[in-house]
Ligand binder design. Structure first.
Ligand SMILES: N[C@@H](CCC(=O)N[C@@H](CS)C(=O)NCC(=O)O)C(=O)O
Length: 209
């Protein structure tokens, strides 16, 4: 199997960190171009036109960072990054989905509606130009602010987002916060729990890949 990658991009990073935490070695195929687009060959091969994507040896293409991670989790269960029993798995899933919707997609909305290099790319994966909507910027900032505060509260009495163990919920939270930095947005000063957690997870070797 191999992973189609755009190394600088935030969603592929979720998978890089996951793979590093697992200690796996899966070949990467870079499909990002110097124009900050995905290559034409890749888009022809995979019309969903987003990364990451895992291609199996039988040719099956699996997209969505967390769908790929779940597949790998089934093959390589240790260390567990999706929870350890039914209740724990549901809690990890709940927080990972929350951070994706409330953090990752908000950071994406902010970036895609402000970055000059993405002027006609308001949404990922579209063959047609999608103009930016500047009015969405204000809402995206409000979403990010809610996300920072909610996750700061969640981390008040826990070492990790979903509880006592490092999981995929931490991976997506780290990627969402670092994606926010692309638009110069940082964790607010008063979100002390989130800042403490951010320093801890950023120091893990997996965060550097
Ligand atoms: N929900 C998808 C999101 C994938 C996504 O948005 N990927 C971006 C890179 S971060 C992409 O492929 N962008 C292509 C583009 O900008 O045309 C996932 O979780 O993998």
């Amino acid at each position: 199997m191999k992973i189609y990658d755009w190394h600088i991009a935030p969603n592929p990073r979720r998978l890089h960190i996951y793979v590093a935490e697992k200690g796996l070695n899966i070949p990467l195929v870079e499909v990002g171009t110097d124009k900050l687009t995905l290559s034409d060959e890749y888009k022809a091969k995979y019309p969903h036109a987003m990364v990451p994507m895992l291609e199996l040896d039988d040719g099956t293409c699996i997209g969505e960072a967390m769908a790929i991670a779940r597949y790998l989790e089934a093959l390589y269960p240790d260390p567990p990054l999706f929870g350890t029993d039914p209740k724990d798995r549901a809690i990890v899933d709940m927080w990972e989905k929350r951070v994706n919707e409330e953090g990752m997609l908000a950071a994406s909305e902010l970036f895609r509606n402000t970055a000059p290099t993405f002027a006609d790319r308001g949404l990922p994966g579209s063959a047609e130009p999608i103009p930016q909507i500047p009015e969405l910027t204000k809402r995206a900032l409000e979403r990010m602010n809610r996300f920072f505060n909610k996750f700061d509260g969640q981390l008040a009495d826990k070492p990790f987002v979903a509880g006592e163990r490092y999981t995929v919920a931490d991976i997506t939270t780290l990627c969402a916060i670092d994606f926010g930095k692309w638009t110069d947005l940082d964790i607010p000063e008063d979100c002390k729990n989130l800042r403490r957690w951010y320093d801890d997870v950023s120091a893990r070797p997996s965060a550097k890949v």
